[in-house]
Every structure is written in structure tokens, then in C-alpha cells.
Design a protein around this ligand. Structure first.
Ligand code: NAD
Ligand code: 0WE
Length: 261
């Protein structure tokens, strides 16, 4: 018996086999969950469909989370295919590339709106239609980053969006607690994914983590996956509204010294 045997999980945010959402999907599949996937646009359907089929998934549906009609159609399809389900994974973020560099005070009004819409509001927008379909004991999981709490150069508007996302996790956890639905976020350390590959200086961030984190290394998609597995399972039945770090300990460091002494 797997930890998620008989459970159904809907995964938003697989772009390719390097996506954090794919690391989570593999962990869920190994423990017996039945999975459904969404993709953004035809270009990504070509990547997501073979991955989904490789783990026996028959539910693959388009969803641009900036479009309310697409969200509605998605959950109509979920209701038809599954009826009820158990786990919702939100692993989606986007900001215009030109907002992820330079002075934060140059953030444009449309750039602010786009980043907050795709990266924060979308969690609320998908939770609303999911609620009537989620079984008691259900779990909603999103992905965040430390740039929500402390300044990470160039993360800029995404830091503000992640702060809004993390606050949303707490308010959603409060709303859904009485129905025994839990809402949590995983704050992951830097991982080389499609979203990260568009970021200048990302390689030097990965390199820095190898010397500055307590574990002296970076984290993997699979390590985020196993923490998501815990949050999705009854092992975490008493845990809601939390931000759990999977960052090799990076967030606990208050000062860096040249040499260990
Ligand atoms: P990724 O590029 O593999 O995943 C991002 C996903 O967002 C893609 O699947 C993309 O299609 C989707 N997306 C973007 N706009 C969308 C829209 N309008 N509608 C629907 N989907 C949309 O990259 P990833 O690093 O796996 O990112 C997943 C999550 O993890 C994001 O929330 C990201 O902020 C977070 N995160 C990433 C890192 C990292 O270093 N890679 C660290 C901490 C947190
Ligand atoms: O949340 C993220 C990625 C967010 C992201 C990345 C891109 C790149 C390409 C959102 N939108 C876009 N839009 C694009 O056009 N991370 C936690 C990874 C990340 O991104 C950074 C980081 C880290 C870490 C950007 C600047 C500084 C650090």
C-alpha cells in the first residue's frame, strides 16, 4: 500500500521533465496516486503528454490560469472524469523577463498586475472551483521562494508576488480548515528548471549555494517531491497554513564568514 493509494492528484505546472511539478508527480505516482495534468499552450502539450502517459495518466487538459473560462472548463472536466479528488498542486509563476532585473522601482503597473495575477491570484482562482470537488483530508500545495521574505537581487516583483502567495496560503488554510482541507507552500532553494533558465546569473546562484548552505549543496526536484508527498499524505494531517523550506538550510543563515573557524 502506497502513502497515496486510491488518491487522485491534479498537477498544474509541468512544462518538462525538469519541472519541480514533475518531481512532485513522480513522488506521488510512486506512492500509488492517480494523476491528472494541465499544460499551458500547444507547445507544452507536446512535452507534457508523453510524461503524463509514461505514468499511466489519462487526464491531460489545457489551462492558462489567467483565463477564467479555461479554469472553469478544467474543473468541469475534473468533475466529469473523477468526481471528487484529493490533492491540488499549484507550481506556476510568471513575470515579464524585463521586470526580473534592474531597479525594483521601475516595476510597471502592467508588469505588477501580470506577475501577481499569474503567480499569486491564480492559487485563489483554482482553489475556488476545486473546493466542492476536494474530499475531506484533501491537500493543496503551492511553490514559493525565499525572495518573498528577504531581498534576492533581481527577483524584484516576483518577491512581492510570492509574499502575496504565502499570505494567500494562510487565508485559504483558515477558510478550508473546517472542511479538513489543508493548504501549504514549499519554499524551494534554487533549482535549474525552464523558469530558472531564463534568469541571468542563475548559475552563480547555484554555485553560491554549494558553499553557503548548511548542507553545502543544492536541492533537487525529487527532494521537493518527497516533501510534497509528505504534505499530500495523512502524515501531515495536522499541518496547514505552513511554509516549509526545502532549501538545504539556506534560510537559517544570518551571516556568512569567509572561513569556517
Ligand atoms: P517550470 O518552468 O518548470 O514551471 C513553471 C510552470 O508555470 C510551467 O509549467 C509554465 O507552463 C507554468 N505557467 C506559467 N504561466 C502560466 C499560465 N498563465 N497558466 C498556466 N501555467 C503557467 O519552473 P519551476 O521552477 O518548476 O517552477 C514551478 C514553481 O516553483 C513556480 O511557482 C516557481 O516560482 C517555484 N519555485 C522555483 C524555484 C526554482 O529555483 N526553480 C525555486 C523556488 C520556487
Ligand atoms: O520563481 C522562480 C522563477 C520565476 C520566474 C522566472 C522567469 C524567467 C523567464 C518567473 N517568470 C519568469 N519569466 C521569464 O520570462 N524562481 C524562484 C527561480 C528564480 O528566478 C529568479 C531567481 C530565482 C531563484 C529571478 C531573479 C533572481 C533569482
Amino acid at each position: 500500500m502506497g502513502l497515496l493509494s486510491g488518491k487522485k492528484a491534479l498537477i498544474l505546472g509541468v512544462a518538462n521533465d525538469r519541472s519541480i511539478a514533475w518531481g512532485i508527480s513522480k513522488a506521488f505516482h510512486q506512492e500509488g496516486a492517480e494523476l491528472g495534468f494541465t499544460f499551458l499552450g500547444e507547445a507544452l502539450e507536446k512535452r507534457v503528454r508523453p510524461l503524463a502517459e509514461s505514468i499511466g495518466s489519462k487526464f491531460i487538459f489545457p489551462c492558462d490560469v489567467s483565463q477564467d473560462d479555461q479554469i472553469n472548463q478544467l474543473f468541469q472536466a475534473v468533475a466529469k472524469q473523477w468526481g471528487k479528488f484529493d490533492i491540488l498542486v499549484h507550481a506556476i509563476a510568471f513575470a515579464n523577463k524585463d521586470e526580473l532585473g534592474g531597479f525594483f522601482y521601475n516595476t510597471s503597473r502592467p508588469g505588477f498586475h501580470l506577475a501577481l495575477d499569474i503567480s499569486a491570484y491564480s492559487l485563489i482562482a483554482v482553489t475556488r472551483p476545486a473546493v466542492p470537488l476536494l474530499n475531506p483530508g484533501g491537500s493543496i500545495i503551492t511553490l514559493t521562494y525565499y525572495g518573498s521574505e528577504k531581498v534576492v537581487p533581481n527577483y524584484n516583483i516576483m518577491g512581492v508576488a510570492k509574499a502575496a502567495l504565502e499570505a494567500s496560503v494562510r487565508y485559504l488554510a483558515y477558510d478550508l480548515g473546517p472542511q479538513q482541507i489543508r493548504v501549504n507552500a514549499i519554499s524551494a532553494g534554487p533549482i535549474k528548471t525552464l523558469a530558472a533558465s531564463g534568469v541571468s546569473g542563475f548559475k552563480s546562484m547555484l554555485k553560491a549555494s554549494e558553499t553557503t548552505t548548511p548542507l553545502k549543496r543544492n536541492v533537487s526536484q525529487d527532494e521537493v517531491g518527497s516533501t510534497a508527498l509528505y504534505l499530500a499524505s495523512s502524515l501531515a494531517s495536522g499541518v496547514t497554513g505552513e511554509i516549509i523550506f526545502v532549501d538545504a538550510g539556506a534560510n537559517i543563515i544570518g551571516m556568512q564568514l569567509d572561513k569556517e573557524n
